[in-house]
Ligand binder design. Sequence first.
Ligand SMILES: [Zn+2]
Length: 182
Amino acid sequence: MAILNVRQLGDEILKKKCKPVRLITGRIRQIIDDMYDTMYDAGGVGLAAPQVGILKRIVVIDVTPAPDPETGEEPEPMRYTMINPEILETSGEQRGYEGCLSYVGMSGIVTRPDHVKVRFTDENNDTYELEGEGLLARAICHECDHLEGIMYTERVEGEVITNEQLDEILKKEAEENGGNEE
Ligand SMILES: [Zn+2]
């Protein structure tokens, strides 16, 4: 297990385009393991290789929902290792707050497709086509942007705010909607 240093906004490596993985070697599998360790340690739902200083087209995503609060039932895992991911189709639109492990403690509004179809290879060299919606679609778009050297801050609508400011906004929204819950 190794937790890698996550590069932060302003680091030149985050602006570079990544190269495809041609052969899935032990070294590539090690990078993937370390990327998961690093992502979970930081509490993220996605991480791209350039964020840990590796200019290869590798993404890890885990958007598994929390267990059911009443039954404790574990949902189906939604954990994906994507090597050389390629977005084939997008549709719909979702507008919401987004953050990044390369810009810790900050969030901003980004509009993304609500539905994404992606093709990728996993660490066992199997190729998949996956359709994702909601948070998964957002994570796929965000992480694939990293492989092109694009940070979400380039796509933000309005200001980037701190997570404390975001908490305030969400609290206010919850209070305003509180009357409709009957
Ligand atoms: Zn990111």
